[in-house]
Write a protein that binds this ligand. Structure first.
Ligand code: PEP
Ligand code: MN
Length: 649
């Protein structure tokens, strides 16, 4: 049990609470003062919780089965998202921090910042005070090093994280760092934890080399009890009997911590394995196991590094790792938080007096429209593209998403275009023709896992009716064929199908209805997944278009959409005569433009005439593309350019 005391409790009242607990047979395990004061209470005592909570100075009494209350998922079911300036850690993103083990000089940290930023790191790491095993090893440049690192972070627009080794230094360092790191050796330096947790800065808490997960979470509890809400855990390998690698990366700690705690967890593969060639495989394994990000040591000249050179990646190796993570992130249903390549140079200019570029991370735009109830796949797509903070506008249909964007009630909309198992969502292709002022501003693609969702007490055997969007049925065809007696009721979208179950007033009927949708939709509506992973093939991806108004959209766009466009979409019609489509495709071929998708749709009001919806890659040479567009325009009837955007991997 944890007793949370009010901030202004008097010493007298605090003593009264303690003696009340002792009189009722409890052990009072001490007290941590910070923003909040807590009493940890155990023992075989018995007390009336209500009476206890009414004592002067008691804010609340929380029963918990874990010794860490604030860090526990029991008291905070949602994933916590930690902000470090504009960068976010946790949720559906993968955040990568990179930099040298130690700051060695102004030039070294600047060069590293430039290189890791170029590859897509969003935060810079580096030690100014180095806790070294040997007193004769390089101990860091101290405050000077921190100043160099702050300047490099500002120049390349990356918040910085650096290790703090004593409570006294924490005060001095607080103005210069964006996040404190508590190193593995200091994980149980409780005075340091209390101080670091009270300074209003986010804290990265490394796991001690011999710490159990429970001890680690109790150290996080110290930070949280001292006032901060922004704690990120970092698994960095533990000491085992194996000596081949520097430590043993405890991959299983990731899912274990995810279940026990709401705090984000990232992995440091560099200190975990200690061998350069083994860092990237360990990093990818960590992402596959569900880590929210990484902190990786990178050095422009690892062979000359003053510390941890053998485990530091060359910038080229880091670039390769980032590319691999980008591909892997989609498999685990996450998005790599990336900064556009071009922005790195733009921000470097800010240093010499140019205009400041937009900060790294995802800016908060105005409303994003999607169709469906809470938990819809399109809502997840909106969150993936714009972040959790983006205000969302829920609508009832795809047409209503287009309306909301056209009328300016939403800055952007998210609509599905195609699925790798079930094919195109024709309704949305057709809507582009009906809304000529709507453009495609971006796209996002991710894996779709379907669940059969019903009331908690329902069983598969009792199901008679299944509701979903026709795409949901199509994607789960094999599973549904095993249950031929189920009546399939098409619904406007998957999440609304889930919601409809909760609206059924007849108890017996409610137990007989299921829906096919995401697990997130089940959670949003208080229902349960009877079976998960029912899609016919696990390689089930949906591609969503991010739509905006062609003119007059002033909303800030996410990072991915600020990258140089490499894809374009257009719609055209051709004359009803031999070879007319061939002539259009020939133009693309002659200009060396790759066609990635060709979809034909009936032309409204003109039976047996068709519109062709085309996705193409934009070649490096912009003029080549303009020529091709001109030639196509001349060869076609209807010609409607939908937009240039960055392709989703
Ligand atoms: C570091 O990140 O620079 C470091 C010293 O790591 P750890 O505390 O995990 O050994
Ligand atoms: Mn190091």
């Amino acid at each position: 049990m944890i007793v949370v005391l009010t901030k202004d409790i008097s010493p007298h009242d605090a003593e009264m609470v303690r003696s009340y607990l002792r009189d009722h047979g409890f052990n009072v395990r001490g007290q941590v003062f910070g923003d909040a004061a807590l009493l940890g209470v155990d023992g075989k005592g018995q007390a009336d919780i209500h009476e206890l909570s009414l004592l002067p100075g008691v804010e609340r009494v929380a029963a918990t089965s874990k010794p860490y209350e604030l860090a526990s998922r029991e008291t905070h079911a949602e994933d916590s998202i930690v902000s470090v300036g504009p960068v976010k850690i946790g949720g559906t993103r993968i955040t990568v921090i990179a930099g040298p083990c130690a700051v060695e000089s102004r030039e070294q940290i600047e060069e590293t910042a430039a290189r890791v930023r170029e590859s897509g790191a969003v935060m810079l790491r580096g030690g100014a005070y180095k806790p070294r095993t040997s007193p004769y090893a390089f101990q860091g440049l101290g405050m000077k090093g921190l100043e160099y690192m702050k300047a490099a972070g500002e120049a390349y627009n990356m918040p910085i994280v650096t290790e703090v080794v004593s409570p006294e230094l924490a005060e001095q360092m607080k103005e210069l760092t964006d996040m404190f790191q508590i190193g593995a050796r200091n994980m149980q330096n409780f005075e340091l934890l209390k101080k670091a947790g009270s300074l209003g800065k986010p804290v990265l808490l490394k796991r001690g080399p011999s710490a159990t997960i429970e001890e680690w979470l109790l150290s996080a509890e110290y930070l949280l009890a001292a006032g901060t809400r922004d704690v990120v855990l970092c698994e960095r390998g533990i000491r085992t009997f194996e000596t081949y690698t520097r430590n043993t990366l405890d991959i299983s700690a990731i899912p274990v911590v995810k279940a026990l705690s709401h705090l984000p967890i990232i992995v440091d593969p560099s200190h975990a394995v200690g061998i350069r060639a083994k860092v990237s495989p360990a990093a990818l394994a960590a992402i596959a196991a569900g880590a929210d990000g990484l902190t990786v040591e990178v050095h422009p000249k690892p062979d000359a590094a003053l510390s941890d050179g053998p485990q530091s990646l060359y910038p080229e190796q880091f670039e390769r790792l980032m590319r691999d993570i980008e591909v892997l992130s989609h498999v685990v249903g996450k998005e790599l938080l990336r900064t556009p390549r071009s922005a790195a140079s733009v921000n470097a200019q800010a240093r010499v007096g140019g205009a400041a570029a937009p900060a790294g991370g995802t800016p908060a735009p105005r409303k994003i429209a999607f169709s469906g109830a809470s938990g819809a796949f399109a809502e997840r797509a909106a969150i993936r593209a714009f972040g959790e903070d983006a205000e969302r506008l829920r609508t009832e249909s795809f047409g209503a998403v287009f309306d909301a964007v056209l009328e300016g009630r939403a800055a952007f909309g998210v609509v599905p275009l195609e699925n790798s198992l079930a094919g195109s969502v024709y309704e949305n292709y057709d809507l582009f023709m009906q809304y000529p002022d709507i453009a495609i501003a971006g796209e996002i693609k991710f894996r779709i896992v379907h669940s059969l969702i019903a009331c908690e007490k329902a069983s598969i055997d009792g199901i008679k009716i299944v509701r979903s969007h026709p795409q949901g049925f199509a994607q789960c065809k094999d599973f549904l064929e095993k249950h031929p007696d189920w009546k399939l009721e098409p619904w406007s979208n998957t999440a609304s199908a889930v919601f409809s179950i909760t609206e059924e007033t007849d108890d017996e009927k409610r137990m007989s209805i299921a829906a096919i949708a995401s697990e997130a939709a089940a959670q949003s509506h208080g229902l349960t997944a009877l079976k998960t992973g029912i899609e016919t093939d696990p390689r089930n991806y949906t591609r969503f278009a991010i739509i905006s108004r062609k003119e007059g959209s002033v909303a800030p766009v996410p990072e991915s959409m600020r990258m140089k466009p490499d894809k374009a979409s257009l719609i055209f019609s051709v004359k009803d005569e031999p070879g007319s489509l061939y002539k259009c495709l020939k133009i693309l071929s002659e200009e060396g433009i790759n066609l990635s998708k060709l979809e034909s749709r009936p032309l409204l009001g003109q039976p047996w005439n068709y519109l062709f919806y085309v996705d193409v890659s934009i070649p490096q040479n912009a003029q080549v593309f303009e020529n091709a567009l001109e030639r196509l325009r001349a060869a076609t009837g209807v010609f409607h350019f939908l937009g240039r955007y960055r392709a989703s991997l």
